[in-house]
Design a protein around this ligand. Structure first.
Ligand SMILES: [Zn+2]
Length: 372
């Protein structure tokens, strides 16, 4: 459990959130492995994590960031073959679909798997096979973000760019940068991002999670960031908040992850409100949900409580994620239509602002229509 108590919305709003069609833009492939999935992988590769369900559940209970890293690495050690990648990907998509996530841009780190001996072709076939099967079986659509494990350095970035450019599947939409920010200044990764962007990929680096606003400025200037992963320290720099709002660079906010990594000291001090008040387009995301003891539905509930939102305000957050996604416009309109249809079906139609185009880009306060 995260020590700081998470704010929770009313049971009625929680129920509304559970049924709401949602989009997830910041969630990691291996970091989404639930105890159920890890147990299945452990059956194939015994001895690496606790086999007993109770002990495994205990292993998954968030204690501190060091323990999270241990859990993450233990899960990585269970992924040895393309079949493991296929299982992980399909089951992660199944868990997402169970939360009414209709579309996700899932961040994968192929470099790590290649380093662990999985041939790249097998890796790519496995994720694509799982993507197609999940869409067929669970009506969830996935696209890929290939991210660079920043701690390994620019070489990992160059190799990831080469994988993306030479072998990237059609569903690959963006290039990311993760790992610790300290010691991995964003400009170092410019050449790899230049190559990926020239090949048509969008740029979505993590920035300003554990370092200050300068990292976010650097991500924009050197990496051409089109969305910012976390970006929590933007709140320390009013000019940056204004820049993000004016240039419509959305921020992927992951509240519980920020508490878990101590990027933010408490939920009550989370800069989500400051971002929304500054007009920044925020989406709500879950990062590494089972490992931080959370889910996208729970993160929506926390955001609703922090921003004092009602159902219409929560739906506006879902619209933000649709708009910040890399879906084509007709697909965005279709998802936005699903969100509005859900609102109407839930009896909140009277407060829905009628519109032809896509949804609002900033969540409004409770009771009022979503601000534009
Ligand atoms: Zn992340």
């Amino acid at each position: 459990m995260i020590a700081d108590t998470a704010p929770i919305p009313s049971p009625a709003l929680q129920q509304f959130i559970a049924g709401l069609p949602k989009v997830e833009l910041h969630v990691h492939h291996v970091g989404s492995a639930s105890p159920r999935i890890v147990a299945e992988l452990a059956e194939r590769h015994p001895g690496l994590v606790p086999a007993d369900p109770e002990k495994l559940a205990e292993f998954f209970t968030f204690r501190d960031f060091a323990h999270f890293v241990e859990l993450y690495l233990a899960t990585v050690s269970l992924i040895k073959t393309p079949q493991d990648i296929r299982l992980l990907t399909y089951e992660v998509a199944t868990d997402m679909a169970a939360q009414n996530i209709r579309y996700a841009e899932l961040t994968c780190t192929p470099y790590t798997s290649v380093l662990n001996g999985i041939p790249i072709q097998g890796y790519l076939e496995a994720i694509e096979d799982a993507r197609i099967a999940a869409e067929r079986d669970h009506r969830i659509r996935l696209q890929w973000i290939f991210d660079v494990p920043g701690e390994i350095g620019p070489n990992a970035a160059e190799e990831t760019a080469t994988i993306a450019i030479d072998h990237g599947p059609a569903a690959l939409v963006a290039f990311g940068l993760g790992g610790p920010e300290i010691g991995t200044s964003r400009p170092k990764f410019k050449p790899a991002f230049d190559r990926a962007r020239a090949a048509g990929l969008h740029s979505v680096p993590h920035a300003g999670e554990t370092t200050g606003p300068q990292t976010i400025w650097d991500a924009i200037e050197f990496l051409g960031a089109e969305r910012i992963g976390h970006g929590t320290s933007a709140s320390q720099d009013p000019k940056l908040l204004e820049y993000l709002a004016v240039h419509q660079i959305p921020v992927e906010v992951c509240p519980t992850s920020n508490i878990a990594t101590r990027a933010v000291p408490s939920y009550q001090q989370h800069p989500l409100r400051a971002m929304v008040d500054a007009g920044v387009q925020v989406s709500i995301n879950s990062d590494d949900p089972p490992m931080f003891g959370t889910s996208l539905n729970r993160e929506y509930g926390i955001a609703a409580a922090l921003l004092d939102l009602d159902a219409v305000g929560v739906a506006a957050l879902a619209h933000n994620a649709v708009q910040a996604s890399f879906l084509a416009d007709p697909d965005k309109r279709a998802l936005a239509g699903e969100i509005d249809a859900y609102l109407i079906a839930q009896g909140t139609a009277a407060t829905v602002v009628s519109r032809d185009g896509p949804g609002p880009d900033v969540a409004g306060p409770a009771g009022g229509p979503p601000a534009r």
